[in-house]
Ligand binder design. Structure first.
Ligand SMILES: [Zn+2]
Length: 156
């Protein structure tokens, strides 16, 4: 009896928490879009909600497309690609190119590096302070180095 009541109250609590979780990314996504100057279209907002769910993520366009379809967001892979590139140009994402024709989009745009797991295709973060660079060449004439990224490849 007591246990039953406890379970019910726990379920209510969980349901409440889940509602909060699903509400938060919505306003967060909207805020991010507005701050970046991108018009919050329905599709951009829907994809932004998937991307900016509160944790740092590394996603390929194909992975995001699959997630979108799973969440009943009807969007083509081409639109997902375009949106990801618009978000990247607006500074909301960072593109990590691991191979020719293979890239991931990172929701963490702060300075950091990556481990790339060659077998699973997974990317994980390496904090910026964990990598020390002792020599970096001068940028070619008239140019400025915008960023130095290190991808440490592991056979896993
Ligand atoms: Zn990252």
């Amino acid at each position: 009896m007591h246990l039953e009541r406890f379970k019910t109250s726990l379920e209510t609590q969980v349901a409440r928490d889940m509602t909060m979780v699903s509400v938060r990314p919505y306003s967060q996504a909207l805020d991010r879009l507005r701050a970046s100057g991108l018009r919050p279209t329905r599709q951009r907002l829907a994809l932004a909600r998937l991307l900016f769910d509160g944790c740092d993520r590394h996603l390929s366009a194909e992975q995001l497309h699959t997630e979108a379809l799973g969440s009943n967001i009807r969007v083509s892979l081409a639109t997902v690609y375009n949106t990801l590139h618009q978000f990247t140009a607006a500074g909301l994402l960072r593109e990590i190119v691991v191979d020719a024709g293979r890239s991931y989009f990172d929701t963490n745009v702060s300075d950091h590096h990556h481990f790339f797991f060659e077998k699973s295709g997974k990317l994980t973060d390496i904090p910026a302070e964990m990598v020390g660079l002792t020599r970096i060449p001068e940028a070619p004439d008239g140019l400025k180095i915008s960023r130095v990224e290190v991808i440490v490849r592991v056979e896993g």
